[in-house]
Design a protein around this ligand. Structure first.
Ligand SMILES: [Zn+2]
Length: 141
């Protein structure tokens, strides 16, 4: 790949890894080696036991809606159009992630709905790179 080729870059570094050839994308969390508590985003000091012995982990890509809200007004300057769903997604690591939930009918949003992580293009930067963000959407049968 040459430097002039467009590539996908994360909207913010350190929060997630984009899919690459042979590797799935994931949210980057941390696990405390002392007490086992997990966090998102990753932490350098455990909020449970204050240990600094933390390891970076790839969080599960499937979770469920813990709670949610339906926004009727978009945030200015963002690529998300209203109405949209923002949810606390509970992952198996007992971590909650605040995220956009897409591809769901507003009447079908429920606490407990199973959702999967995916990545979407928010726009392009000055070099033409695709700026990527994450969101969740209902699990497809
Ligand atoms: Zn801990």
């Amino acid at each position: 790949m040459t430097s002039s080729e467009k590539k996908q870059i994360p909207l913010k570094e350190g929060l997630f890894r984009l899919p690459e050839e042979g590797r799935e994308g994931c949210l980057i969390g941390s696990r405390c080696r002392t007490c086992g508590e997990c966090f998102y985003p990753k932490r350098f000091v455990c909020a449970n036991c204050y240990s600094e012995d933390q390891e970076e982990i790839a969080l599960s890509k499937r979770g469920s809606i813990f709670t949610y809200t339906i926004a009727r007004v978009a945030y200015p300057g963002t690529p998300v159009t209203a109405p949209f769903v923002t949810a606390q997604v509970q992952l198996p690591e007992k971590v909650q992630v605040l995220s956009l939930v897409t591809d769901i009918d507003l009447n079908d949003v429920k606490i407990g709905t199973e959702v999967d992580l995916y990545f979407w293009k928010t726009g392009e930067d000055d070099q033409g790179n695709e700026v990527m963000a994450f969101a969740f959407r209902p699990v497809r049968p």
